[in-house]
Design a protein around this ligand. Structure first.
Ligand SMILES: Cc1ncc(COP(=O)(O)O)c(C=O)c1O
Ligand SMILES: [Zn+2]
Length: 505
């Protein structure tokens, strides 16, 4: 579990430390031809000696001790060789944000090269906040120059740095995330649990994230970038869990969150958003209605619209699930990934991660997993489009399911998802609520895992694909439990027709 540091008076020093770290890392990398391995450079680069000492003194100064900068500067005598040793043993980013041991090793975070349209491949600068492609309204992907990170050495640095930290979560992949100061609440590096009954099935338990769902990953990065850009007001339409996550990260960043969600969201989503101090509007309608209101109000009120796939960083945060599952399986692909699909951000993010992992040479060569989109029968626009061989989905009428995160009648990223499902030789399924509930109860009773309805849709889908022969018990699969059941006690109790027994008189 994460050990979090309060984000208060040490901010200015954090900025200075990060600037110094990046300066040294870059000088070191470009000046001495050394990448992120932490090994000793042949030549300590072009930074003049005194400036180097000052920068290192700054990096090592103790946040709790205002005199430490002077003391350390006075006490240390840095030779070129000690420069190399020092360089490989500080981690200002992690010391400041992740409570890592001081001996952790720094991995520089990459500069964003540009944003690239997923449809027309136009490029856009990331210097200012962006929403959709200005030319065709396609979703934008974040692109970096990954060349300096190619090979096993930078991959090993991830493992080594994480091992010497008390916690770093999804930011263990900071070498493939934007170079900005993170807003973190302890997201990522969630358990990959082996099923007791299916030897080749692993449950990726995203319910362990802050705010109890995988939405934490995307919104941690989106809010991080919003703070970086100086945005003060963010607005989101949500099926429930994204609202809670935005509210939490916005509170941590001192940003105002405007939340629009259906009136019948699970109670926990309402309570958490209010507790985090967000401005909450309950809408008589679905997430699509909320999305329309957010788009209109954002224009008139000057809010930044952080809707699914309408800004580039939620996908970028969710891509860490792809890195993580591959690392947790020994840097190998599984045969299939089951993803409870609403807007599809995680599915799209993981596919992006697989592309990057291959460019980086970090994944053992092999076939990409079959991507399985799991939807509820009461709202299955992607499954329907997949079955019909269509390249986009149609608005699903009267969407209804107790798996509230799957109640997205017309996902913005439908064409991207459908392409991924076909390219991966995967499939899409629609599971009735009764079957979802049966699987939820089965996994709770027989595995000790209380899944969200969305997660239970994935376990139910797995049973179906085993029964149909699409997969065999020998196929290694990852089933995403995208949220904690504890956020759905009201909804699950209703589905189970369960009430607290009243006292017998
Ligand atoms: C628990 C849970 N699972 C799955 C989803 C669907 O996620 P996505 O929109 O990324 O497909 C949601 C969305 O709200 C959710 O809350
Ligand atoms: Zn475009």
């Amino acid at each position: 579990m994460p050990m979090l540091q309060s984000d208060s008076c040490s901010k200015a020093l954090h900025y200075l430390q990060r600037a110094a770290a990046n300066f040294i890392a870059r000088e070191w990398r470009y000046g001495a031809g050394v990448s992120t391995s932490g090994s000793q450079p042949e030549n300590p680069g072009s930074i003049p000696g005194t400036a180097t000492k000052l920068l290192f003194a700054l990096l090592h100064c103790d946040l709790k001790n205002p005199h430490s900068l002077r003391q350390r500067h006075a006490q240390r005598h840095l030779s070129p060789n000690s420069f190399a040793r020092e360089s490989s043993t500080f981690n200002p980013v992690s010391e400041s944000y992740f409570a890592l041991a001081p001996s952790a090793i720094v991995t520089p975070m990459p500069q964003i090269k540009n944003l690239e349209c997923s449809r027309c491949h136009a490029t856009v600068s990331a210097a200012t906040p962006q929403t959709l492609c200005p030319q065709c309204k396609g979703s934008l992907y974040v692109r970096y120059d990954l060349e300096p990170l190619r090979g096993i050495t930078p991959r090993e640095a991830i493992v080594r740095e994480a091992a010497s930290s008390s916690w770093s979560g999804m930011w263990r992949y900071r070498s493939v995330l934007p170079d900005v100061r993170p807003v973190t609440l302890g997201e990522g590096w969630t358990p990959m649990l082996a099923s007791r009954r299916h030897p080749k099935a692993f449950l990726k338990d995203e319910g362990a994230n802050p705010t109890g769902s995988f939405k934490a990953r995307g919104l941690a990065l989106a809010v991080t970038m919003a703070r970086h850009y100086g945005l003060r007001q963010l607005a989101i339409p949500s099926a429930g869990n994204a609202a809670g996550a935005l509210a939490a990260y916005a509170a941590a960043a001192g940003i105002t969150a405007h939340i629009f969600m259906p009136r019948d969201v699970p109670f926990a989503n309402y309570v958490e958003a209010i507790a985090y101090g967000a401005s909450v509007t309950l809408v008589d309608g679905l997430i699509s209605d909320c999305g329309r209101i957010v788009a209109e109000r954002s224009k008139t009120e000057g809010w930044f619209d952080i809707s699914t796939l309408k800004e580039p960083f939620r996908v970028e945060g969710k891509k860490t699930m792809g890195y993580e599952l591959v690392e947790q399986l020994g840097w190998e692909y599984p045969d299939a990934v089951f993803y409870p699909t609403g807007g599809g951000v995680g599915l799209i993010g993981m596919w992006k991660a697989f592309t990057e992992l291959e460019q980086l040479g970090w994944v053992k060569p092999g076939k990409r997993p079959k991507m399985i989109a799991v939807q509820a029968s009461g709202c299955a626009p992607v499954a329907k489009a997949f079955d019909e061989g269509a390249s986009s989905s149609e608005m699903w009428p009267n969407a209804a399911t107790f798996a509230s995160g799957l109640r997205v009648p017309k996902p913005y990223g439908d064409s991207i998802m459908l392409e991924i499902l076909r390219d991966s030789h995967g499939t899409a399924l629609a599971i009735p609520d009764a079957e979802i509930l049966a699987s939820l109860r089965d996994w709770a009773k027989n595995e000790g895992l209380f899944l969200s309805p969305e997660g239970a849709a994935a376990t139910a889908a797995y049973e179906r694909l085993l029964a149909s022969g699409f997969l065999t018990p020998n196929d290694r699969v990852v089933l995403f439990n995208t949220g904690s059941a504890l956020k759905y006690t009201d909804v699950i109790a209703e589905a189970m027709q369960l009430q607290l027994p009243t006292r017998q008189s």
